[in-house]
Design a binder for this molecule. Structure first.
Ligand code: OOG
Ligand code: MG
Length: 262
């Protein structure tokens, strides 16, 4: 049984307020243990409607919990997808206001920008590459609205996969010129190396995260239009940050992404 529309609406209000005002809320499943993954995506749909109603533009989608490091860190073993709005984007080398966030963490991810639409199930990595204009280094700032950053798959999905900010940078690359399984990544905080990884950590190839996203979208009769920006998920575990921290994520052959928290 899915939750009534009025409950979904109320949960979206609760999540949106927590996101906008940077405060925590109890896991939604504490109050609604019967809530399903489909209900959680209905909350996301309602968030999207409200973002668009206040003038935000949807720029793309993200896949999260796509690497073992992330799954182990969060105790969830199924990917969660989320929506990216232009209001979450921050420029490279900027200062991200930490007062607008609860307990942020950073993740290094490979992002894809499509120049052809993608839709349907059973596509291949080559078809994803063929539809890709370029790949670009990205750092996602995730910020769960749940207490102690603890959640289950349903609750995190309703919180739009903990999305809060993202920064792209470095060098856009043609994916045909790289081996996207073996891109090495180093995350530094204040000059100290905090995590290292290789892009195959994301479901063997980051394009596989897009195939999983397409599967999910096909079930909802949705597609990835040309121009979509897609983040494929943290390659390593996420790193907690505080005011004053400087972040540099270095991507082999793709350049680096730098910013700080103020
Ligand atoms: C959920 C979001 C995970 C990723 O890249 O794995 C995510 C979370 O860990 O809070 O964005
Ligand atoms: Mg992420």
């Amino acid at each position: 049984m899915s939750l009534p529309d009025a409950v979904i609406f109320d949960l979206a209000t609760r999540v949106l307020q927590a996101q906008d005002q940077a405060h925590t809320i109890a896991k939604l499943t504490d109050e609604h243990p019967q809530m399903s993954i489909a209900d959680a995506y209905r909350v996301q749909d309602e968030l999207r409607r409200r973002w668009m109603a206040r003038g935000e533009r949807m720029v793309g989608l993200k896949a999260g919990l796509t690497s073992k490091a992330k799954m182990q860190q969060m105790g969830v073993n199924v990917p969660s997808f989320g929506i990216l709005s232009n209001a979450m984007a921050r420029p490279e080398n900027s200062a991200i206001a930490i007062d607008e966030l609860v307990h942020p963490r950073v993740e290094a991810e490979i992002a894809f920008v499509l120049d052809k639409p993608l839709a349907g199930k059973g596509l291949t990595i080559d078809q994803v590459i063929d539809a890709t204009a370029y790949v670009i280094p990205a750092v996602e700032v995730i910020d769960s609205r749940y207490e102690k950053f603890k959640f289950d798959l349903v609750s995190v999905t309703a919180d739009n996969g903990s999305s809060s900010r993202y920064v792209t940078g470095g060098r856009p690359r043609d994916p045909r010129e790289l081996d996207l399984r073996t891109v090495g990544v180093v995350i530094e905080k204040n000059g100290e190396i905090m995590a290292t990884g290789a892009s195959a950590a994301v479901v063997n190839h980051p394009a596989n995260a897009i195939l999983m996203l397409l599967d999910h979208l096909a079930d909802r009769d949705e597609v990835l239009p040309a121009g979509s920006f897609i983040m494929t998920g943290g390659i390593t575990e996420a790193i907690a940050v505080a005011r004053g921290d400087s972040i540099v994520a270095r991507f082999q052959d793709m350049g680096s992404v730098s910013f700080r928290f103020a």
